[in-house]
Write a protein that binds this ligand. Structure first.
Ligand code: ATP
Ligand code: MG
Length: 431
């Protein structure tokens, strides 16, 4: 075998394994999300991870970062161009249309799963990352905009994050109002052509609104003087935005209106918003969304108003960790380590473990497997992090009893009969 063939194969850059030490954090977050969606009356939708490339090109927009340079696109064996989904909205619309979920109905959907973008990997930015998103269809009033924002706010509240995030809000107006504004903006940028960086010059013809998004400090002053979309809204969009703000005010949700918030995807109209934090450095947006009334029609369906958002799970978990907001008890481990001391005891221990699992369905019990010396068995019990070891040796077998050993606190060990064991554990283990 050649040297290179023997080299260990590693994961793809920017695509992470989620190790057992980390997965309890994800489970904690995911459980909160699932419960919340249930409470707000949202139904889960799961779509394939791969779609036809045209779906994303047509929905996200040809001249966006995602479609221009971030998609994982490849030819299937039969020559079809396929793409690993870079986001969830397009797939959701595709599935909802395909299965008739939009015809004379309203929908409140949510999803969760991996997304793929070929970006430069760094803290909070990966090539495979995960999002939770919601998408609603068939509601044109600002009440649903408020509802999805309130849903996200409640998630922050329940995670202890609300005081660490800021809601930024803007309105992009109707497609027509935006087109008129676009002309004014291009005229302004033309006057300041010397200040524009290369990226912006390129966008001047393709997607000038995105220039407003630029973080280039050399352009900051020029951008501050640019005409504002907010001053060019159509009347209906203005009313919609005013009503949304009134609803958020009534619900006690703080926000800042950020007239430069335009979002990177083409399909948004009217409401756009982002939840941002300063605790994660430059990857500070943890949730982003808005209204996209034109997308269903753009993809060949009947005009259907739509609102949604997506949050980045990695960034939220990073934030929870940074702020130490994940409760100790969510971090897993087991309650009891059941430890047969020899092979004779193993068969009794197996049936005893099953009996306990039937009687105490919330008990987390790990059965010692794999034999070993007394010393190594005790070491494994300790490593399990369980507060209680249940020992089953020769003496215990003879008496149909067990010995309870308390591994984390200074407490006398206890001998109890096997018949009484589940009652005893019920008292000792809090949940
Ligand atoms: P950014 O400006 O940070 O690139 P975006 O506008 O491209 O974000 P969206 O497409 O709106 O992001 O996705 C919604 C959320 O998904 C983001 O706010 C972020 O939390 C998360 N996200 C997006 N791209 C990545 C990535 N490459 N790695 C990790 N999380 C991501
Ligand atoms: Mg991006």
């Amino acid at each position: 075998m050649s040297k290179s063939a023997a080299k260990k194969i590693q994961a793809i850059r920017g695509m992470n394994d989620l190790l057992p030490s980390e997965s309890p954090r994800w489970q904690f977050f995911e459980a909160k999300v699932r419960q919340l969606m249930h409470r707000y009356g949202f139904d889960e939708i799961r779509t394939p991870i791969v779609e036809q490339t045209a779906l994303f090109a047509r929905s996200i927009g040809e001249v966006t970062d995602i479609v221009e340079k971030e998609m994982y696109t490849f030819d299937d064996r039969n020559g079809d161009s396929l793409t690993l989904r870079p986001e969830g909205t397009a797939s959701c619309v595709r599935a909802a249309m395909e299965h008739g979920l939009l015809h004379n109905q309203t929908q409140r959907l949510w999803y969760q799963g991996p997304m793929f973008r070929h970006e430069r990997p760094q803290k909070g930015r990966y090539r495979q990352f995960h999002q939770v998103g919601v998408e609603t269809y068939g509601f044109d009033g600002p009440d649903i905009d408020a509802e999805v924002i309130l849903l996200s706010a409640r998630l922050w509240q329940e995670l202890g994050l609300l005081e660490h995030v800021t809601l930024e809000l803007n309105s992009l107006g109707s497609a027509e109002a935006r087109a008129a504004y676009r002309d004014k903006l291009v005229a302004y940028f033309d006057q300041h052509h010397d200040v524009l960086d290369d990226d912006s010059k390129r966008r001047l013809t393709s997607n000038p609104l995105r220039i407003l998004d630029s973080k280039n400090p050399a352009m900051a002053e020029m951008l501050n003087g640019a005409p504002q979309l907010m001053d060019h809204l159509d009347d209906e969009s203005r009313t919609h935005f005013e009503q949304l703000k009134a609803m958020l005010d009534a619900a006690g949700i703080n926000y800042v209106v950020n007239p430069r918030l335009v979002r990177g995807l083409d399909y948004y109209c009217r409401t756009v918003f982002e939840w941002t934090t300063t605790a994660l450095g430059s990857q500070g947006t943890v949730c982003a969304g808005g209204r996209y009334d034109g997308l269903v029609e753009q993809l060949g369906g009947k005009p259907t108003p739509a609102v949604g958002f997506a949050m980045g799970i990695e960034r939220l978990i990073l934030l929870l960790e940074t702020l130490e907001l994940i409760p100790e008890e969510a971090l897993g481990g087991c309650d009891v380590y059941l430890l047969p001391m020899d092979d004779n005891a193993t068969i009794v221990a197996l049936t005893l473990a099953e009996k306990l699992r039937s009687e105490l369905p919330t008990l987390r019990l790990q059965l010692h497997c794999g034999g070993g010396s007394f010393k190594s068995r005790m070491k494994k019990a300790d490593k399990s992090n369980a507060p209680i070891a249940v020992l089953l040796g020769e003496d215990e077998l003879a008496e149909q009893a067990v010995t309870l050993k308390f591994l984390r606190d200074d407490r006398e060990q206890l001998r109890v009969s096997q018949a009484e064991l589940s009652a005893t554990l019920q008292n000792l283990v809090p949940h």
